[in-house]
Design a protein around this ligand. Structure first.
Ligand code: ADP
Ligand code: MG
Length: 697
């Protein structure tokens, strides 16, 4: 069972057409040209594409690949692919062929992907273009197909982005440009590129597949639409970091191997707060790679679970009453030689590079809080945000008292005093300790500085991290641009820092973000709450946001609007699917079961009374069940009426109407159904219960 160091080293990345592989397999001049393209963002020379394609094919075929696929990320937040065999007819036989043209550009029927109105159906073609900054890799599917996956961008005939990768690449470019400007002003003459690094922690639930198959709400919507609380939930706090059960640890071992082979450095794994909830964290990497790797992680979680008779639930709130699942996005900035610009160093108060980049991130969060909230907004994540286990739907930044005072001091705004934490001169060594002291409160913050990186905790477990990281890079680039403007005009770095701090300190909050007191305080500070996805999407199409994305060449006005349309559309459709699923399950399963019990109680009552006895228990139960059945039927009729009445036009107003009509009615239905579940005999209850699903893996 024990893997030796060498075996692990051999396995890691064995299915990646990595830099090392390219170095050995490509002619030196081709390798150098490709590297220049990757390092400097230069354009790829088509002449070398032919050579790379041939080498890639040879490598893939040696590993058993028969197909290649342009692997892309459409705006539905998932991945898409079209597999092509390498086969080409040749002199009466076949030839395994893969041309440079096929490598750098593919064509896909785009009509079935969300475009938000960017692509008229008569111009259904979409184009895929190889993103040579992301390595190709081999994927072995459980059904035996081995394919060469080529990470690609996906755009319309007119060149508009139809995916989540293209804007992220553009945003990373913008971020690099502005960061280098700032560094130049601070005396750094050599740095040429700066990138955002991202480390993602992915939470998920694992349940038995047989139980999953018997819950159509899980199959259609990803979450249970009803289900009474089991006698035991997470109140004993005996699950977090607990010893991992055999079946689950075998699952994790297989997941890790699959990920490692594809070069995804799955590093930590542990049990999460809720029963049957787990987490896997992948070592940080360049933002684009990290988002790709997270997509692969989500795909493999599902596949490996299925192979092992389980189902991995990635929904943000698959079960009421226990914690939901998020995806923490750890974020830092580094130069091409690996220097982390968010590392405070030994003397943060004197480290002007750190202070300016650090404050620029905080300013960006304050300035564009709505956009960051938007990037984490979805119908499914709405069930999690604002609960008592997840961040509130409002942005604030935790930096800890120590760092706050250090910044104040650096700005010349305060004396060097530390409340209860000893001397500042202990410098950096105190920082981890101070953070440790603040850990409890730190956990409630939606956006926390954790030593040498920021951690955004609003993102939902099922969401793609690409949009968030596009927004992060863009809003930070925008702040850095303003900093650079001032520094280039001759302003003192400390003056710039002080202005950033005094303008944006309102977003810094080190206390308990879940508390009611903070909501009041935040309101006083002028911070905005975006309770649901509907309000969050609106921030995307404000003139301020559109100007921001255009200013940095990340998205055009048309592209921004199309993205808002895609999000509204997805929101409405999700609610419609949930409502329809609920209607179906109530009519087919819950109501018949409840009415059977009602009938049985009535019969029992009659028989017992005929025997000359009283029936207080039957009478009471019958009244209760009848009352719940009636309530359920009444609200069900309301929901059906809403489904008939509400149209599917995509607009913000319509999304709001769906939200207000459907969600409260579904909650009423659920309440009646859950009440019935608690009194019905187990053999009559038609679906697996919470207790069975959460405690039976
Ligand atoms: P914790 O478990 O306390 O949240 P970890 O140090 O285990 O923190 O890191 C969690 C995630 O943060 C991992 O994915 C890790 O790779 C990532 N991470 C660590 N350092 C950085 C960094 N400088 N930039 C971005 N991500 C980072
Ligand atoms: Mg963390």
């Amino acid at each position: 069972m024990k893997k030796s160091q060498e075996m692990l080293a051999d396995m890691f990345g064995q299915n990646v057409f990595s830099d090392k592989v390219m170095q050995t397999r490509l002619p030196q001049n081709v390798y150098k040209t490709l590297h220049r393209t990757v390092d400097e963002g230069a354009e790829l020379d088509p002449a070398i594409a032919e050579v790379i394609a041939a080498a890639m094919k040879e490598w893939a075929v040696e590993r058993g690949a028969t197909h290649y696929t342009h692997w892309f990320q459409p705006m539905n937040g998932q991945t898409a692919e079209k597999q092509d065999a390498f086969l080409t007819p040749h002199a009466g036989g076949v030839l395994l062929e893969f041309t440079g043209k096929a490598l750098i550009r593919g064509e896909a029927d785009a009509s079935s992907f969300p475009s938000g109105g960017l692509r008229a159906t008569f111009e259904a073609r979409g184009y895929t273009a190889w993103d040579c900054t992301s390595p190709a890799f081999i994927r072995e599917d459980p059904d035996g197909v081995i394919s060469l996956c080529i990470p690609t961008a996906f755009c319309s005939y007119a060149g508009e982005a139809l995916d989540t990768r293209t804007p992220l690449l553009r945003a990373q470019e913008a971020l690099s440009r502005q960061a280098v400007r700032v560094l130049r002003c601070l005396g750094d003459t050599h740095t040429r590129r700066v990138k955002a690094n991202v480390g993602l922690e992915q939470e998920y639930f694992l349940i038995d597949r047989e139980l999953y198959r018997r819950r159509r709400d899980l199959i259609y919507t990803g979450r249970t639409l009803f289900g009474a609380r089991p006698p035991k939930g997470q109140e004993m706090e005996d699950q977090y970091y607990a010893a991992i059960r055999q079946r689950v640890s075998e699952f994790m071992a297989e997941l890790n191997e699959e990920l490692w082979k594809m070069g995804v450095a799955a590093k930590t794994q542990h049990n999460e707060v809720a029963p049957s909830q787990h987490e896997v964290a992948v070592l940080f990497d360049d933002a684009v790679a990290a988002c790709d790797q997270n997509q692969l992680t989500m795909m493999l979680l599902r596949k490996v679970a299925a192979r092992r008779g389980m189902a991995a639930l990635l929904h943000e709130k698959p079960f009421e009453g226990v914690s939901g699942s998020g995806k923490h996005n750890n974020w830092s900035l580094s130069t091409e030689d690996g220097r982390n610009l968010l590392n405070p160093g030994k003397h943060p108060e004197e480290n002007i590079v750190f202070l300016l980049f650090f404050m620029a991130v905080i300013a960006a969060v304050d300035e564009h809080a709505g956009l960051l909230r938007m990037a984490a907004a979805s119908a499914s994540n709405d069930h999690r945000l604002g609960g008592h286990e997840a961040p509130t739907p409002m942005l604030s930044v935790f930096i800890g008292e120590a760092l706050l005072q250090m910044v104040e001091h650096a700005c010349g705004l305060s004396e060097r005093v530390f409340k209860g934490h000893g001397e500042i001169s202990t410098g950096v060594t105190t920082i981890p300790k101070l953070f440790a002291d603040d850990t409890d409160r730190n956990r409630t913050s939606p956006f926390a500085f954790t030593g040498n990186k920021f951690e955004f905790r609003m993102l939902g477990s099922s969401e793609s991290a690409s949009t968030l990281n596009t927004v992060m890079a863009t809003v930070v680039a925008d702040q850095l641009a303003q900093v650079a403007d001032r520094l280039e005009a001759g302003d003192e770095p400390v003056a710039v820092l002080r202005d950033l701090f005094t303008t944006h300190r309102r977003v810094i909050f080190n206390g308990n973000s879940y508390s009611e007191a903070w909501r009041e305080e935040a309101k006083r500070r002028g911070l905005v709450e975006y309770p649901t996805t509907v309000e969050a999407i609106e921030t995307l199409t404000t003139e301020k946001s559109i100007a921001l994305f255009e200013r940095h060449g990340v998205l055009t006005r048309t592209e921004v609007i199309s993205r808002a349309v895609v999000r509204e559309d997805a929101y409405i459709k999700t609610l419609r699917i949930e409502a329809r699923t609920m209607v179906k399950m109530m009519h087919e399963l819950v109501l018949p079961a409840a009415m059977r019990w009602q009938d049985e109680l009535a019969q029992q009552k009659r028989h017992i009374e005929a025997a000359g006895l009283k029936t207080p228990v039957q009478t009471g139960q019958l009244a209760f069940v009848s009352g719940q059945v009636e309530a359920l039927a009444r609200h069900l009729a309301e929901l059906e009426e809403a489904l008939r009445r509400l149209h599917s036009t995509v607009s913000c107003e319509n999304a709001r109407e769906w939200r207000d009509a459907v969600l409260p009615t579904m909650a009423e239905i659920r309440a009646a159904s859950d009440a019935l579940e608690t009194v019905l005999p187990r053999d009559l209850w038609p679906v697996p219960t919470y207790g069975e699903m959460l405690f039976h893996v």
